[in-house]
Design a protein around this ligand. Structure first.
Ligand code: ACO
Length: 311
């Protein structure tokens, strides 16, 4: 009987159809999805902090309204993704506990500080740009609820990317000091943005199996290359330099060649030693503790409603 289930699963994947919550799936497929989707959800939630830092100091009402909307979208993305893990049998409270105890990952990128308002623009342009590059193919990931969540998320990410790029275009047509701020923020975020795609394929323990299961549709290095190729012309239009002396067009390959990210730094950030890891987790832990009364009140209300319904 198990062989028949395994065959059906393999046929569904091979036909590029979706696996749905009630379908049989291998335990390792379920575990990989829970790991990746939970990490993705945690990234959206922790990702509210670096930009949230600027909401109260946005330079105009318009910028503040845009930034508020964007940070709220990220909370929404986190919630759709936690809901997707629940269709796999995960428990959201358990995932949150694992996050605040440092037992589950979130994206390395959110462990860097936002030093000036130009960072808000550069995060939209590069970080959300990288997120789109990674997530558009995930609209075709093999697990149905994850694929469907990605469709809406990508539409919103595309708004985030554009608001960032538009903010930067505005700053670049401003004063010399504003242009310097944009360049300086680009210099700080470029390499961490390339690290978002994960380790090189040769050092990526999960890629081969996730590609075979069609959870991932492209490898880490393929997506990193795609991101560099799409970003270089945007940098030129903006009038900033990307901080990589090895960056140049390679006509034979039909792609840009680029330098190697500092993988030792990436490992340090993953190990919890990035510039803001401790601060991000402490903030998330505090928000969770401060919200305890809301969870208690909601549970008490639900229990009362259930008792009333039973009476
Ligand atoms: N930051 C933190 N952890 C990372 C990163 C990163 N940038 N890249 C890889 N890792 C982790 C992996 O989760 C994996 O963890 P493990 O030790 O628990 O297995 C380990 O490093 C090895 O990496 P891979 O084998 O390459 O892992 P994977 O196949 O999961 O690929 C990737 C990593 C590309 C990030 C994939 O999980 C993915 O596409 N996730 C969905 C997108 C996502 O999470 N985006 C979040 C940032 S974008 C945003 O939220 C705005």
């Amino acid at each position: 009987a198990l062989a028949a289930l395994e065959q059906r699963f393999a046929r569904t994947i091979a036909a590029d159809h979706r696996i749905e919550p009630r379908d049989w799936m291998p335990d390792a497929y379920r575990r990989t999805l829970i790991r990746q989707i939970a990490q993705h959800a945690h990234s959206e939630i922790i990702g509210m902090q670096p930009e949230g830092n600027w909401i109260s100091r946005a330079p105009s009402l318009r910028r503040k309204a845009i930034l508020l909307a964007k940070v709220q979208d990220e909370a929404g993305h986190g919630l759709y993704l936690y809901a997707a893990t629940e269709t796999l049998g995960a428990d959201r409270a358990d995932l949150t506990r694992k996050l605040i105890e440092g037992r589950q990952r979130y994206s390395s990128i959110f462990n860097y500080p936002t030093l000036t308002f130009a960072d808000v623009g550069v995060i939209g342009w590069l970080v959300d740009g990288a997120a789109i590059c990674n997530q558009v193919p995930l609209c075709r990931t093999s697990y149905g609820p994850y694929a469907r969540a990605m469709i809406r998320i990508c539409k919103e990410e595309s708004f985030h990317q554009r608001q960032g790029y538009e903010l930067l275009l505005t700053m670049m047509s401003g004063t010399e000091q504003q242009r310097r701020m944009v360049q300086e923020a680009t210099d700080r975020w470029w390499w961490p943005a390339l690290m978002m795609f994960g380790p090189p394929d040769a050092d990526s323990p999960n890629t081969a199996q996730s590609m075979a299961w069609r959870i991932k549709r492209d490898t880490n290095d393929e997506l990193r290359q795609k991101f560099v190729d799409m970003t270089v012309p945007q940098a030129e239009k903006l009038g900033v330099t990307l901080p990589d002396p090895e960056l140049r067009w390679n006509p034979e390959r039909g792609h840009y060649d680029f330098g190697t990210p500092d993988w030792a730094e990436f490992k340090q950030v993953l190990a919890g030693n990035g510039p803001c890891n401790a601060q991000r987790l402490a903030h998330r832990r505090r928000a969770h503790e401060d919200g305890a009364w809301v969870r208690e009140a909601a549970s008490a209300y639900a229990a009362k409603q259930a008792a009333r319904a039973a009476a």
